[in-house]
Write a protein that binds this ligand. Structure first.
Ligand code: ZN
Ligand code: ZN
Length: 119
């Protein structure tokens, strides 16, 4: 792993590096790191399945309605960028990658040699 990868995976280190570069008057370098910081937060669309129960995990805004302690609770979820995903079926929480990902039903492209596609 090279230095830039370590920085991208560590948001706080990236923030500190941007601040240090700005203090040194290295504004163009700081802008470059800000762009990396922004792109690291853009979730990568992926076909995700729960590692435990294999249910497909699709991220979308929504709400879950649960009865807790005799009270009806509505949890709203606006689907912010996230790295750890919680299976709606078995509650397993797992991290498929060190960057933000988003579970989708299908991805945009198909390879010529692909033998499987989500249908
Ligand atoms: Zn599961
Ligand atoms: Zn998720």
């Amino acid at each position: 792993m090279n230095a830039i990868e370590v920085i991208v995976l560590n948001d706080f280190a990236l923030y500190m590096a941007i601040e240090a570069l700005e203090n040194l008057g290295q504004d163009s370098l700081a802008e470059g790191l800000k762009a990396i910081q922004g792109s690291a937060r853009v979730p990568i669309p992926m076909i995700l399945h729960c590692p435990k129960c294999h249910t497909q995990h699709i991220d979308a805004p929504g709400e879950t309605i649960e009865v807790r302690g005799g009270e009806v609770c509505v949890d709203k979820w606006d689907n912010p960028p996230h790295r750890s995903h919680k299976c709606q079926k078995c509650n397993t929480t797992w991290r498929p990658a060190d960057v933000c990902t988003t579970g989708v039903a299908r991805i945009e492209t198909k390879g010529k040699a692909d033998t499987w596609s989500p249908e």
